[in-house]
Ligand binder design. Structure first.
Ligand code: COA
Ligand code: AMP
Length: 632
């Protein structure tokens, strides 16, 4: 008989490591399955593992109907707080369930059924959550695309996910700027091959959209005649969603998440990683377009009977750097989770955190940070100014929940500045050298996770199992490669030192420098280019481009740079904006032609660098050094 709750961290971790099936079966027993799984862990054809393969459940049932059955019908499920529109609205579990069940009918009337894809492109409004849960209710697979992506990125995702329906809103609001979404969707549909059958548009008064007859439908009009429908049972291994994330190439990867493993991971993490219980208020200040939003704005809090917050605002300027403290105080938030960049922005505007004094933060127990490295300065500032435990935890879109952190629901371990904590039970984290051999504590290497991954992690890459295997599983037999480098100290704490590939993290948003290079190199004037991620005190990293022009190009550097910057915004989106682009004579390369991106990054960041002996022409370094020194 397992007694996980009474155990300390080390015992729990060891148990999850040595008896994963027993460990997770115990956790799965806490969920209301339609059919309890008897097959807990099995291997599949992708050299990976399936969890709970013969179980049947419905994710929206667990998040809504089941909570009502447990007596939480009148409890607040969702609070919408929108400083950009001045609106606030709450939904009880009863109300949210009703809206979701009706929107599931709307989708069903658009011929959406189990296994069909629905693409959601919406700002931070409750209807985004309703649409996601309605898909889950039908067993349809949602793919939410972050509102900051441009039509081209949207079109790439439409072509890959081939959705039957797109759900959108007429506009988003960025501080005081109204961004019409509908024209972006129209443009994306125009450019994609896999045209959706219909679009459902939530009209917002700030910028109503023009609807295209026979293709576009008004959300409210369809809801007016809809009747709530019950949840459809799905297999544990049926996909719940596809979420695209940046890889090293220009083509984003559609991370596929199942229903069963995800439900178990969400409920387990809510109590273990975040120490939350039913009735608590949890706020993930992120966006439903990112994995944090999927897991900790939508699924985990609701499935755990907690109240979640949908915040349509920023850490600053909506209206000031006290915005987060206001929300925590007004809605009695018990735990806040955001990216370090949000607190760096707050600290910049309100270094003494004077605005905290305007609010009662007595409900707030802990602060959680992830998405990028929590720099020691921000960690210390937050700890000092709030007096709260500040918990860094490390995870990625692929895993869907924390790989490392401080599992407060098991044991209160001390946090260490600069460390993302200890491996969470279920994750066997190891540091490997280039040959795949484990290396001793304190030495930096490749961070890998020994298979099986715990429930809730990616099942595959949508329509591309080869990419899943090649990108994550084939490098070292029996391991999942995280793409991050780092080390584990003598106490078992993990330190994440950055990506080992060409992925960068801008304000907690994961971006591919490879994708930006593709946009730059498609410009008529560009012969070759490189994009590197350089340090930024606010956003962690920002992209920095270097381009070499083709012979005979007569464009002034400044004109070319303006044109390249706008290409990036148009092709990828405003969040990818290149701060600086330098036109150079040539790029430093090895004799085999590999561009020395790391050396250039170190040079721009003012770090020590070693020029490899294989460099083609050492003179280039001197040239570049002079150019970089002229930068502000
Ligand atoms: N829809 C449309 N455009 C968006 C958008 C969205 N959902 N989100 C961002 N953008 C646009 C912004 O309007 C801005 O456009 P602009 O250059 O025309 O002004 C651009 O993308 C860059 O935005 P952002 O990255 O937000 O930078 P910022 O300088 O405006 O704000 C911060 C800086 C730190 C306040 C902001 O990045 C922030 O709130 N970060 C928190 C990140 C976060 O929550 N990450 C989630 C992972 S846990
Ligand atoms: P995403 O898939 O967008 O969540 O980005 C995942 C990547 O962000 C990871 O692979 C890391 O490189 C980085 N990351 C996330 N959380 C942390 C953290 N706590 N510390 C350091 N890096 C992090």
């Amino acid at each position: 008989m397992l007694r996980v709750k009474a155990m300390n961290y080390v015992d729990t971790y060891e148990l999850s490591k040595h008896s994963p099936a027993e460990f997770w079966q115990k956790q799965a027993l806490e969920l209301p399955w339609f059919k309890q799984p008897s097959q807990i862990l099995s291997t599949n054809q992708q050299k990976s593992y399936d969890w709970f393969s013969d179980g049947k459940l419905n994710t929206s049932y667990i998040a809504l109907d089941y909570q009502i059955e447990q007596g939480r019908g009148e409890q607040t499920a969702l609070i919408y707080d929108s400083p950009v529109t001045g609106q606030q609205k709450s939904y009880s579990f009863n109300q949210l369930c009703h809206e979701v069940a009706k929107f599931a009918d709307v989708l069903q009337n658009q011929a959406v059924s189990k296994g069909d894809r629905v693409l959601i492109y919406m700002p931070m409004i409750p209807e985004a959550v309703i649409a996601m849960l309605a898909c889950a209710r039908l067993g349809a697979i949602h793919s939410v695309v972050f509102g900051g992506f441009a039509p081209n990125e949207l079109a790439i995702r439409i072509d890959d996910a081939t959705p039957k329906v797109i759900v959108t809103a007429s506009c988003g609001i960025e501080i005081s700027k109204v961004i019409p979404y509908k024209p972006l969707v129209d443009k994306a549909i125009e450019h994609c091959n896999a045209k959706p059958q219909s679009c459902i548009v939530l009209q917002r008064e700030q910028c109503p959209a023009t609807l295209i007859a026979e293709r576009d439908f008004d959300w409210q009009a369809l809801m007016a005649t809809a009747t709530p429908i019950p949840p459809v049972p799905v297999n544990a291994t049926d996909p719940l969603y596809i979420l695209y994330t940046s890889g090293t190439t220009g083509t984003p990867k559609g991370v596929v998440r199942d229903n069963g493993g995800h439900a178990v991971a969400m409920t387990y993490s809510m109590k273990t990683v975040y120490g939350m219980k039913p009735g608590d208020v949890f706020w993930a200040a992120s966006d439903v377009g990112w994995v944090v939003g999927h897991s900790y704005i939508v699924y985990a809090p609701l499935m755990s009977g907690c109240t979640t917050i949908v915040y349509e605002g920023k850490p600053i300027k909506t209206p000031d750097a006290g915005a987060f403290w206001r929300v925590c105080s007004e809605h009695k938030v018990n735990a806040l989770f955001t990216a370090p960049t949000a607190f760096r922005a707050i600290c910049k505007e309100d270094p003494e955190a004077e605005l905290i004094n305007n609010y009662d933060l007595s409900s707030l127990k802990r602060l959680y940070l992830a998405g990028e490295r929590l720099d020691p300065a921000t960690y210390t500032w937050l700890k000092e100014k709030t007096g709260l435990p500040v918990i860094d935890h490390w995870w990625q879109t692929e895993t869907g929940w924390a790989i490392a952190g401080s599992p407060v629901g098991i044991e209160h371990l001390p946090t260490k500045s600069g460390s993302a904590g200890v491996p969470i039970p279920g994750y066997q984290v190891e540091i490997l050298d280039n040959q795949g051999q484990q290396i001793p504590a304190g030495q930096e290497g490749i961070i890998a996770i020994k298979l099986p991954l715990p429930p809730g992690c990616l099942q595959t890459i949508w329509r591309n199992p080869e990419r899943f295997q090649a990108g994550y599983l084939n490098t070292y037999d029996g391991y999942y490669i995280t793409g991050d480098g780092g080390y584990i100290d003598d106490d078992g704490y993990l330190y994440i030192m950055g990506r080992t590939d060409d992925v960068i993290n801008v304000a907690g948003h994961r971006m591919s420098t490879g994708e930006m290079e593709e946009v730059l190199s498609s410009h008529d004037a560009v012969a070759e280019c490189a994009v590197i991620g350089i340090n930024c005190p606010l956003k962690g990293q920002i992209p920095f481009g270097l381009v070499v022009t083709k012979n005979g190009v007569n464009l002034a550097d400044s004109e070319l740079i303006t044109s390249l910057k706008s290409s990036i915004r148009e092709e990828i989106g405003a969040i990818a904006t290149l701060k600086e682009i330098l036109v150079v004579e040539r790029l430093p390369k090895t004799r085999s032609g590999k561009i020395l991106r790391k050396v250039m990054r170190q040079m721009v960041d003012g770090e020590q660098y070693n020029v490899p002996s294989t460099i083609d022409d050492p003179e280039i370094i001197t040239e570049l050094d002079a150019k970089f020194n002229q930068l502000s």
